[in-house]
Structure formats: C-alpha cells, structure tokens
Write a protein that binds this ligand. Structure first.
Ligand SMILES: C[S@@+](CC[C@H](N)C(=O)[O-])C[C@H]1O[C@@H](n2cnc3c(N)ncnc32)[C@H](O)[C@@H]1O
Length: 195
C-alpha cells in the first residue's frame, strides 16, 4: 500500500502512525478483489492505503475522534466512496452476515490495565497485553471468508504465546510475516489464515 503522496493528518488525541503501523501496512498485500476491514483505524493509515486498492473497505475504532480523523483523511483525498467508517468496540457494529477477505488490527499491546483516555485505549492492551487482541481474533474469525486472512500486531512485551494459542484454537494457520526490533521490544505481525 502507498500513502506517501496523500494528504494525511493526525488530530490531537489520536494515535500517530508509528513503526508498528508501517510494519503492518507493509505486511498486507491486497488486491482489487479484496474486501478489507481495518479495526482500530486511528488516523486511518491502513484504511487510506487499502481504499486505493481494495474493492471495499470498512473501518472501526472505539474512539470517536479516531473515526472522525479517518473520515476527514478519506474526504481530503477523495476516497470516501469505497469506505464505511464507524465507531465500534472491535467488530460489535459489523452485521453478522458481512464477511471480509482480509481483516487487520494494530491493537494496543502494552501489558497494562486501566485504560481511560483515548490515548490509553491506543496503547494499553490489558494485563497480558493480548486480551484485546484475543477478543479481536474471536470476533474476526466469524467475519472471515473461507481462505481469508487476519493480521494482528503484537510485541515481545506481551504474552504472544497466549495470543497464538487463541489463533490456533480458532482454526487459523499462523505465520509471523514481519518483525522489527525497536529499543527494548520486538514488534511482530502475525497472519492467521483460515483453513
Ligand atoms: C496502536 S493504535 C493503531 C492505530 C492505527 N491502526 C495505526 O496503526 O496507526 C490502536 C487503535 O485501536 C483503537 N482501539 C482500542 N481499543 C479498541 C476497541 N476495543 N475497538 C476498536 N478500536 C480500539 C484505539 O482507539 C487506537 O486508535
């Protein structure tokens, strides 16, 4: 996905794309037949990149500010016609009949409880750092087309083993498709493919 030439702005209180965002974006190879779901869109980096390639893009974030930021970025770049943006806790607002070929989430993964502000929600992933990612996987597989892929970011600081167990128990074949060492942690992108 390419976004360098887009008019992309990050509003106050919204997660600014960082190494994890770009690692995930580079790991996803979409084509024009894909129907893509970006969970936890933040300012919309992945959504904008996908909107230039995929057939249809749906985007959610629990933060209203983040959802609005993504919508504004789509409007700035004339990409709204292919996208639906909604405020939602994970996939709660996605109707059960709607299926995707690719679903991605760069979740908050720092092992810490007690998120209250929007920025906490962008960073803190629960006591193990994987609670939200695990809940995401359990919801995502119900919206995945046969043969579809789910991408999720995690960190060596979090309990990746538990996350992988949940993915396996959900019937996904897992591969680590990208990784990057940043200061004191190793960020990883896991791809789960539905058999
Ligand atoms: C690390 S940021 C990633 C933002 C963007 N996808 C990126 O890669 O730059 C995590 C995002 O997930 C959102 N988020 C946190 N909890 C969520 C939930 N339960 N449902 C949906 N989005 C959530 C946060 O508001 C934040 O925008």
């Amino acid at each position: 996905m390419r976004v360098e030439d887009l008019d992309f702005r990050v509003d106050s209180g919204v997660y600014a794309p960082a190494e994890d965002s770009f690692l995930l974006m580079d790991a996803i190879d979409l084509d024009r037949d894909d129907v893509f779901l970006d969970v936890g869109c933040g300012a919309g980096l992945l959504t904008l990149g996908a909107a230039r390639i995929a057939k249809r893009v749906v985007t959610t974030d629990i933060s209203l500010e983040a959802a609005r930021n993504t919508l504004r970025n789509l409007k700035r770049n004339g990409l709204t016609h292919l996208c639906s943006v909604m405020q939602s806790d994970l996939l709660d607002s996605i109707p059960s009949a709607v299926l995707f070929s690719v679903i991605a989430f760069n979740p908050p993964y720092l092992p810490c409880d007690g998120a209250t502000t929007d920025m906490d929600h962008a960073l803190l992933g629960g006591a193990k750092g994987t609670e939200l990612a695990e809940r995401f996987i359990q919801q995502a597989i119900r919206h995945l087309r046969k043969g579809g892929s789910v991408f999720v970011v995690s960190s060596s600081l979090a309990n990746i083993k538990d996350l992988k167990n949940v993915m396996v128990n959900c019937g996904l074949d897992i591969e680590t498709v990208a990784s990057l060492s940043v200061f004191f942690e190793k960020i990883q992108v896991l791809e789960g493919i539905q058999q």
